[in-house]
Design a protein around this ligand. Sequence first.
Ligand code: SAM
Length: 215
Amino acid sequence: MSLFTNHNFSQAWHALTAQDPNHRDTASKDLAFWQQHAQGYDANASTPDRYAATLAAIRAYVRPTDTLLDVGAGSGRFAIPLANDVQHITALDHAAPMLDLLQHKQASQQISNISIDQTTWESANVAQHDVVLAAWSLYRVPDILAAMHKLIATTRRTLIIVTSPGNAPDDTPMHLYFYGALWQAGVFPEIKIAWEQPTGEPAPQPVALVVWERQ
Ligand SMILES: C[S@@+](CC[C@H](N)C(=O)[O-])C[C@H]1O[C@@H](n2cnc3c(N)ncnc32)[C@H](O)[C@@H]1O
């Protein structure tokens, strides 16, 4: 009998996401979504008061000599500013409209140390990187436990998963599911909370960083 019979966080995550009527459970559904929403997402997400504290928290884990893999890099909200902090970034994403926005920013800001890898995480074939970042991008993988094993194997030093710790109106503590899936994959992460204060919001908004450092 499996050691994890009563602690199957991966299965719990799949059961949870399956309940969501908006769950984009296939790559094609997700690609169709980003075809429609890439510009809108970028305009909203790239407001600094929505990510500045999270970026600062990520920066505390990176070094100038690092290679960094950004899984689900999207339009580059983190990859673009982090390019100044590390030696090289691989921006991996399966959605061309998002990567087009990232490439446009890269060109206009004359950033030359970001490589694009247009693929899904589940089919990606990537070398180890010092730091692996997955920010808001693990919502539709077909097998979350396999995705976690792959993230761990690809991490040379530090793995950072950024997600919601249960903000209104969807109060799901997603960080705990990801923590559990990482634990199930055999590692012991830590959880850090960054606080964003978006303009117009009455209270600061928590963002969770689930961080595993290879010993
Ligand atoms: C919500 S956006 C987040 C983008 C960026 N990390 C950020 O924080 O602004 C999610 C991104 O993850 C990408 N994505 C989702 N699932 C993916 C997968 N399995 N493989 C590769 N990219 C994926 C989507 O195409 C999208 O660009």
